[in-house]
Ligand binder design. Structure first.
Ligand code: HEM
Length: 397
């Protein structure tokens, strides 16, 4: 692959801010996307086991509907949080992303419908389990398979996009152009490693669940202890599986002796012990987020090196700083994003901690945040549209 072609495929308008910032934001937001991917797959997967046990086992009777609910909310968060890394990838690695969206165009369309049907069936599973319907297990299994398949498609797009030397061969195998849009080349071990991160994610979640509810009167202490122990076992087992698969993957791509690989191996071993021994599960969960950031950084490290060796360096991307859009981004992020997330997070925390009915209108902090958010959102809409129309008319009149 000739680097000139890759560089020609870049956006002639350049990037609106320093590429390293987009790279950092990509690493951060992909880690958050991944957190909810793993939490949703983990809780949906474990809830399927729960549907078999819930009839005769008190613990599973309590946690199965909660697992289903957690997974259901996580899917919506993974979708929202998936958009951000998608945008950052498109800014600095646009030649890669758009080429793959052409070569695997039909799979991209199939991805949307897989997600749509998979998520809709998740709601069906949720209601069927609530009603105690016997069909809920089958519906849940289909939803789980569809969501995992959506992840497999995302994985295929990711790994194909970092193999520019094979694009020509996929585009025209044996010299005959293939316009089916069905190019599909997964890297099985990488995918298995990533999906296996769902196991410690749900193990840690169960520990958080137990710690969070300890201070309320909602569930008995014995039941919460059982859940915590279950969470401990699952996360320890999960980190062990992660370690094996990570070693297998790095061996396959010839990166086993790389310093970054060694760092992640050490981190995984630390996580294995911490998730098992540490009593404060909030601390282990925060460390898990740092661990996901390290994995996200590793993905980017691989991509950056592959592309740089081909002569495509993101730091050489033509720069055309647009202060207007950069300030709009920062202001939106801090005002709407910051206050919005704090408001929703605080309310969810207080609802969970209250033993009876939580009246948000009587809570000063929540009411203050809700009112501030309304004002911020209204002003944001005015600024957004006024600014947009000003630029539009300035450019077109
Ligand atoms: C249930 C649905 C989904 C699952 C299970 C899932 C899972 C994954 C996995 C496992 C990867 C890593 C692939 C690899 O590195 O080999 C990934 C990457 C990614 N996903 Fe998702 N994903 C889902 C939906 C979405 C959605 C809806 C979006 C966007 C709105 C999205 C955006 C991304 C992006 C941007 C990447 C990184 C691509 C790259 O730069 O290489 N994902 N996803």
């Amino acid at each position: 692959m000739n680097a000139d072609i890759l560089n020609l495929l870049r956006d002639p308008a350049g990037v609106p801010f320093y590429p390293i910032v987009f790279q950092g934001l990509y690493i951060l937001t992909w880690a958050l996307h991944a957190l909810f991917v793993f939490l949703s797959i983990g809780s949906l997967g474990l809830s399927l086991y729960g549907t078999y046990k819930q009839k005769e086992d008190e613990t599973w009777k309590v946690i199965t509907p909660h697992l289903i609910q957690t997974g259901k909310l996580s899917v919506s968060l993974l979708i929202v949080l998936g958009v951000a890394p998608l945008l950052f990838t498109q800014v600095i690695y646009d030649p890669n992303w758009y080429t793959i969206n052409t070569l695997s165009g039909l799979w991209v369309v199939i991805f949307i419908y897989t997600l749509l049907v998979g998520y809709s069936m998740y709601y069906w599973y949720y209601y069927a389990n609530k009603k105690g319907s016997s069909s809920s297990k089958l519906i849940g299994v289909i939803s789980f398979c569809l969501l995992v398949f959506a992840g497999l498609l995302m994985h295929v797009f990711s790994v194909q996009s970092i193999q520019p030397e094979k694009w020509m061969q996929w585009y025209a195998p044996n010299g005959v152009v293939d316009t089916s849009g069905l190019t599909f080349n997964p890297e099985t071990i990488r995918f298995l490693f990533l999906m296996s991160l769902s196991i410690p994610a749900i193990g840690l979640f169960l520990q958080n669940y137990s710690d969070f509810l300890q201070s309320t009167k909602k569930l008995s202490i014995e039941l919460l202890e059982r859940v915590k122990n279950l969470g401990r076992k699952i996360s320890t087992f999960g980190f062990f599986i992660n370690l094996v698969l990570f070693l297998a993957w790095t061996f396959q791509i010839n990166k086993m002796a790389d310093i970054y690989t060694i760092l992640i191996v050490v981190f995984t071993v630390i996580m294995l012990f911490i998730s098992n021994k540490m009593n404060n599960s909030y601390f282990s969960s925060i460390l898990f987020i740092v661990f996901l950031l390290a994995i996200s950084g590793f993905r980017e490290y691989l991509r950056f090196n592959i592309m740089n060796n081909l002569g495509y360096n993101v730091y050489d991307y033509p720069l055309n700083i647009e202060w207007a859009s950069v300030s709009m981004f920062i202001l939106t992020f801090l005002s709407l994003g910051g206050v919005g997330v704090t408001f929703i997070g605080t309310m969810a925390w207080k609802v969970g901690k209250s033993d009876g009915y939580f009246d948000a209108s009587k809570d000063k902090a929540v009411t203050f945040m809700a009112n501030s958010l309304l004002w911020i959102l209204s002003s944001w809409c005015v600024v957004y549209f006024a600014w947009g129309f000003f630029v539009l008319f300035k450019n077109s009149l």
